[in-house]
Design a protein around this ligand. Structure first.
Ligand SMILES: [Zn+2]
Ligand SMILES: [Zn+2]
Length: 456
């Protein structure tokens, strides 16, 4: 044990290292300084500066002590501190809006986490619902909602009155827009897309007219028809019950609403397979529509069409055929009239080209609405499909449908399609013995040819 502590012989033989001695002296002196230094001495000040972080209390104190009242230090200090923002917890998608913590989803009423970044007024529970609303209706009404949903500071009573009038006008415009959009989607067979638009129509109708007004019936009917198309019959029946309840409580309800309600019930029962009930309601629909709009009106044709579909499902082909013929007939007559009106407009334009415009407005008032166009396309194409697939061909009837479709496309100015279908009808009729309608189709083809932008 003793031997282990004796230094090795080599060390003893060397002279002491002068550098090591110096180092040892310096360390001792250093220790000495530290031991004796005052906290405010230069030693500690130097030490503190050497070790301080730029954000440490040392520098902060120093900056404050030396800062001028106009310096950046004080300016920064005077600026109010920003509030801490809540941290996003959900995935954030820049295109579909920003995160939102309050509000309810526009479509399902669940707690909302998203908000439309354009209008900043509508809320959604997730991106799917926001996209669904956007493609259905929100794209069209996003900017319209801003003046409707934001409240401005109150003014004098007169100005306030004027503002309320304007607000109701705007809300009614939105009701029209949402209803016609939903209706168009339903005729196009896009029931999923129709749902949000119909929902908005109901919401705005409730805002304007109150929750028990007859004016809510069209919105309920749209919702119900969209639900039937999607296959949600229970929900459809709920909506229709609400509409029926309103109609029953208001005896002065117009037959325009009543016939639409019967038609929806007919569609609901037909979708459910209850054909007897469906036929009962559709018969009511036809009766009410004919008494309100006329026996051969376009409004009544929908009832005939759906009734024909029910008979078609029951395989009662004779009745179905005659009803389809009735539908074709109504649309054919209507379209002939529309083409004549269009011709008149063209003539007036050609005669008094740049000057008087007042007459033109008068004539163009009874052109087809967008919903009527969509209905005509749906109905006529469906009838054409049935006629072409029928085991017993009726070329005359098929030609009549084709003629109606050609006129329809001519009115849309889809001239190449109109010409193609018109030629088909022309070829079909040429093979028949009696050629009465050949003349009419020939005339239509000439009309299509005469259009300047004809592309065949
Ligand atoms: Zn939702
Ligand atoms: Zn928006």
């Amino acid at each position: 044990r003793h031997q282990r502590h004796t230094p090795p012989a080599r060390h003893l033989s060397r002279r002491p290292d002068p550098h090591a001695l110096l180092r040892r002296c310096r360390r001792r002196f250093h220790l000495c300084r530290r031991r004796h230094a005052h906290p405010t001495s230069a030693y500690f000040r130097r030490k503190r500066r050497r070790h301080a972080q730029p954000t440490s209390a040392y520098f902060r104190r120093k900056r404050r002590r030396h800062a001028q009242p106009t310096s950046a230090y004080f300016r920064r200090k005077r600026r109010p501190r920003r509030k801490h923002r809540p941290v996003a917890t959900a995935t954030r998608s820049p295109r579909w809006g920003t995160l939102e913590r309050s509000g309810r989803c526009e479509l399902c009423g669940a707690a909302a986490r998203l908000r439309c970044s354009r209008c900043r007024l509508t809320h959604y529970c997730d991106v799917d619902h926001q996209k669904a609303d956007w493609v259905s209706i929100h794209e069209k009404i996003c900017q319209l909602l801003i003046p409707v949903c934001t409240s401005l500071p109150s003014l004098t009573s007169e100005e306030r009155k004027h503002r309320v009038e304007q607000l109701v006008k705007r809300q009614k415009y939105i009701i029209d827009l949402t209803s016609s959009t939903a209706q168009k989607f339903i005729f196009d067979g896009k029931h999923e897309k129709a749902l949000p638009a119909a929902l908005h129509a109901l919401r705005f109708s409730t805002k304007v007219y109150g929750s028990s007004s007859v004016q809510l019936v069209p919105a309920y009917i749209l919702l119900a028809e969209a639900c039937i198309g999607v296959g949600n019959l229970q929900q459809a029946s709920n909506y229709l019950s609400q509409a029926q309840w309103i109609v029953l409580r208001s005896p002065d309800c117009s037959s325009a609403f009543q016939h639409r309600l019967h038609r929806s019930f007919g569609l609901l029962y037909a979708a459910d397979g209850n054909f007897d009930q469906a036929l009962y309601h559709l018969a009511n629909d036809i009766y009410l529509a004919s008494s309100a709009f006329g026996l051969k009106s376009v409004e009544a044709s929908g009832g005939y069409f759906h009734m024909a579909n029910v008979f078609f499902c029951q395989n009662k082909m004779d009745i179905a055929n005659s009803l389809y013929a009735e539908v074709t007939d109504i649309w054919h007559t209507f379209l002939v009239k529309s083409v004549q009106t269009q011709e008149q407009i063209h003539k007036l334009r050609a005669e008094k080209s740049p000057f008087t415009e007042d007459k033109e407005v008068e004539v163009s008032e009874d052109t087809m609405t967008e919903a009527q166009q969509a209905e005509a396309i749906q109905v006529l194409n469906a009838v054409l499909d049935i006629r072409e697939k029928a085991p017993k061909q009726q070329p005359e009837e098929t030609a009549r449908v084709l003629h109606a479709l050609a006129m329809l496309y001519y009115l849309f100015m889809d001239l190449s399609k109109a010409y193609e279908i018109g030629m088909k009808a022309f070829d079909l009729l040429k093979q028949l013995p009696q050629q009465e309608s050949l003349e009419a189709i020939g005339y239509l083809l000439k009309l299509i040819d005469s259009q300047p932008s004809c592309t065949k």
